[in-house]
Design a protein around this ligand. Structure first.
Ligand SMILES: [Zn+2]
Length: 385
């Protein structure tokens, strides 16, 4: 594995190599701290524009990053993932000066099907069969509001059709279960993923997690974008949240019920509050001017004031940067700020039913004779839970 990594590095610049180190990003560490620790010019950070400075605050604690050193142990290159799609690449240019780029993480997506006969518990059996905790967790989420696995008996079964990402031979990032079928006590339950949410075969939404708007805003000044190439700037951009423009001091409310998991400073995001919700969801509120009377570990209700709009960190004017994460992975908040348990209708229902039907046929054709993909051995613990 190391060999492949090294050849990737070499393709950029040729030099004597001694080692690739894999390290875990420390809690609370910022990109500036990192540059300082390694005596790299802080201008690499200061010369970024506001959007990229903000983005650099997305490096999550525990994320695995790689450092390439030469024979003398001098740092040559660094790769720091900031999402499933994008990473920070720091390397020496031809003048032997460090430069910093945002580059896409190249990976392949693969669709897999898994048939599991329930022996102990559905969670344990899926884990045993696949070798992936991420998949077992994804299954729990998919069936959360439709199947009570405690009622399952020996011999019941689960079929999962899912999509996973692989980079340099290792699995990494989140897994999406696109369709699943559980056979519990002679009853069948199928669920289908459609636009980040789970529905039953009739197009009725199964998840009851929903968020309300966190602030009274004047306008949306920036929307959610995953890594996308900017043809004019000729580089990769991303904005992993929504920016709501609002005057300084406007109350910021928790978008859902949950527990305060972070209150403090977070690099380009300035003053930040994070709230943990059910089902692996987390919301982030950034650039705050000040906090309400809250502390870590405290329970908050939906709509409870947790802070006030400001312009701290990398911000061009007072606004709330609102981020939504599922299992630590940024997702578009606009897909989930909505009314609870909605049913699809019109064009989206038509589209959904077509997708669901294709999957339903595939799910029904899988039985115990199905040969599962080989158990995963090489899982990169990229997303910490
Ligand atoms: Zn923002």
């Amino acid at each position: 594995m190391k060999k492949i990594f090294i050849s990737l590095f070499i393709s950029i610049k040729l030099f004597a190599i001694s080692s690739v180190e894999e390290l875990s990003w420390e809690n609370g560490k910022t990109l500036l701290d990192f540059l300082q620790d390694h005596s790299i010019s802080l201008n690499l950070y200061y010369n970024l524009d506001a959007e990229d400075k903000e983005l650099s605050a997305e490096i999550s604690s525990g994320v695995k990053y790689q450092m390439l050193k030469d024979e003398q142990g001098e740092l040559e290159q660094v790769l720091i993932p900031i999402s499933d799609d994008l990473q920070i690449h720091i390397y020496k240019n031809i003048d032997n000066k460090f430069v910093l780029n945002f580059t896409p993480i190249s990976y392949t997506k693969e669709t897999r099907t898994l048939y599991v006969k329930i022996n102990n518990s559905a969670y344990q059996d899926v884990y045993d069969e696949s070798g992936s905790v991420t998949l077992a967790r994804a299954m729990v989420r998919a069936f959360r509001n439709s199947v009570d696995f405690r009622k399952a008996k020996k011999g019941d079964s689960v079929v999962l059709i899912y999509e996973q990402k692989r980079r340099l031979g290792k699995l990494f990032g989140d897994i999406n279960i696109n369709a699943a079928l559980a056979n519990i006590r002679e009853k069948e339950y199928s669920v289908f993923l459609y636009k980040d949410s789970y529905y039953n075969a009739q197009g009725k939404e199964l998840e009851n997690f929903f968020l309300t708007k966190p602030v009274q805003y004047t306008r949306i000044s920036d929307r959610f974008t995953r890594a996308r190439y900017h043809p004019i700037l000729k580089r990769y951009r991303a904005h992993l949240g929504i920016d709501y423009a609002a005057p300084t001091g406007t109350p910021v409310k928790s978008a859902g019920e949950g527990i305060i998991s972070f209150v403090g400073n977070k690099g380009g995001y300035g003053k930040v509050v994070q709230v943990k919700h059910i089902s692996g969801y987390m919301t982030l509120y950034a650039h705050l001017s000040r906090f309400a009377k809250i502390k870590r570990g405290q329970k908050v209700k939906q709509g409870q004031v947790i802070a006030y709009v400001g312009s701290t960190g990398m911000s061009t004017g007072p606004h709330l940067h609102f981020g939504l994460y599922l299992n630590n992975k940024a997702i578009n908040p606009e897909t989930i700020v909505k009314i609870p348990k909605s049913s699809l209708s019109g064009k989206s229902k038509e589209e959904f039913l077509k997708i669901a039907k294709t999957y339903e046929n595939r799910l029904q054709n899988i039985n115990e004779d199905f040969i599962n993909p080989p158990k995963e051995q090489n899982i990169e613990n990229f997303m910490e839970f």
